[in-house]
Design a protein around this ligand. Structure first.
Ligand code: ARG
Length: 459
């Protein structure tokens, strides 16, 4: 038999394979709440405009709430023959209220309906991402405040570079995740226009009020062009792009946690609650949560690329290709929220090993730059020459198997006769970080100022 919704011109029903490739109900049932919300707003507007009677609009509104509770109660039977969430809901509405159900689709198409539902859904996810990031930033601020003056090695090329503070390292991620919040906020603001009332593609001959439905659904305004309204999925792509960048940040931090929790580093201990064991090696405590977070970028960026490929060659307006937008975004959003929550939990629970951080900070000639700077400041050497003298001292220390502070004054003077006892004061890691007072530098005072600034901003 042919489709009850659109089968008027069809003599035969679809092949089973046609039904299988065409149906989206298996995944777009996640849009049920948005679909019902949109239909209720649309029906109320139709009545207010005198396009349907208030009695019918009331029946539709009430009936949709019944359908909503059936879905939420788990008693709703989703049908593949009815293709998608939009037709599943409408068909059930017909069973519940009868004839008026056929009027809800006046001045509307599934094209503007799905664009509206999906925008509402993605908008909620942008809000969820912003909330999840906010919680993560708070966890990082707590770490930064506790360890504003704990010294650790800063790296470039994963080789010891200069000492930094634990707080400074945590605050670097605060800055990154705060920009992610900014990206989701920007995307949300741009996506917050309503496609409903664009109808199939050209608008409608009915005297609808698109401003009313836009306002009822919490949008800032209706979209200005009906073709654009049903055609673009850039709002979903922007969400995925922001999600991809955020997942990239999460992945880098996760990688650091994997390294830091290893026996070779021992910079941090991850809590039991966010670690797993091995079925064969009894000593193991593995950072699986960090590893999975590190991996999530793969599917999230993959979703971004996949949807971009779906969209890139489509002529205006709607094509069924666009039904492939949802699973990518659903999967990316689910995994981003999970990764954010797991990272927040890990950061809250982890404890930095202050003694190990400091020991590591002092090794690897990490204060060589401080020594060179001292030669410039105290002896008036050109920086290039100071660099050369310091390099010779590093080579000497390496030969003697010691660190820079363990070189004797005689050793020091062998590289440059002007060096005095005073040089030793700059070779300590605490002095090193305390001296980095430039704005945005690693000095504990600077870190504390940044923590205070962010705490204020997040109030
Ligand atoms: N399930 C469809 C989708 O997700 C709804 C829109 C269908 N529109 C159409 N003209 N066939 O894109």
């Amino acid at each position: 038999s042919s489709n009850a919704m659109w089968g008027g011109r069809f003599a035969a029903g679809p092949d089973a394979i046609m039904e299988a490739i065409n149906a989206s109900i298996g995944f777009d049932q996640r849009l049920y709440a948005q679909d019902i919300r949109g239909s209720r707003a649309h029906a109320a507007m139709l009545a207010a405009q005198g396009i349907i009677t208030s009695k019918d609009a009331e029946a539709i509104g009430e009936g949709l709430l019944t359908v909503l509770s059936e879905i939420e109660g788990g008693s709703f039977a989703f049908s593949t023959a009815l293709e998608d969430i939009h037709m599943n809901v409408e068909a059930r509405l017909k069973e519940v209220i009868g004839e008026p159900a056929g009027r809800v689709h006046t001045a509307r198409s599934r094209n503007d309906q799905v664009a509206t539902d999906f925008r509402l859904w993605v908008r909620d996810q942008a809000d969820a991402a912003i909330a999840g990031l906010g919680a993560l930033v708070r966890a990082l601020l707590a770490q930064a405040e506790a360890g504003a003056d704990w010294v650790m090695p800063g790296f470039t090329h994963l080789q010891t570079a200069q000492p930094v503070t634990w707080g400074h390292h945590m605050m670097a991620y605060v800055e990154m995740f705060a920009r992610d919040i900014g990206r989701f906020t920007d995307a949300r603001a741009r996506m917050n226009e309503c496609p409903l009332g664009a109808a199939a593609l050209a608008g409608t001959s009915f005297p609808i009020d698109r401003h009313a439905t836009a306002a009822a659904l919490g949008f800032d305004r209706p979209m200005a062009n009906s073709l654009d309204a049903v055609s673009d999925r850039d709002f979903a792509l922007e969400f995925l792009a922001a999600a991809s960048i955020c997942a990239m940040h999460l992945s880098r931090f996760a990688e650091e946690l994997v390294i830091w929790s290893s026996a070779q580093f021992r910079f941090v201990a991850l809590s039991d609650r966010f670690s797993t064991g091995s079925s064969i090696m009894p000593q193991k405590k593995n950072p699986d949560a960090a590893e999975l977070i590190r991996a999530k970028i793969g599917r999230i960026m993959g979703a971004n690329v996949a949807l971009m490929m779906v969209m890139k060659g489509l002529p205006l307006a709607y094509s069924k290709d666009m039904q492939e937008d949802k699973e990518q975004v659903f999967d990316a959003a689910d995994n981003l929220m999970l990764a954010l929550a797991a990272m927040e939990g890990m950061v809250r629970d982890m404890s930095a090993n202050r003694a190990n951080l400091e020991r590591a900070a002092a090794s690897g000639f990490s204060t060589a730059t401080d020594l060179a700077d001292w030669l410039v400041r105290e002896l008036g050497l050109p920086f290039r020459e100071a660099h050369h003298v310091t390099g010779a001292l590093v080579a000497l220390a390496e030969k003697k198997g010691c660190d820079l502070p363990e070189l004797t004054l005689e050793d020091m003077q062998s590289a440059h006769e002007g060096i005095t006892q005073a040089v030793y004061s700059v070779l300590g890691v605490h002095n090193s970080v305390a001296s980095r007072q430039s704005y945005g530098g690693t000095a504990p005072d600077q870190v504390r100022a940044q923590v205070a600034r962010w705490k204020e901003a997040l109030k």
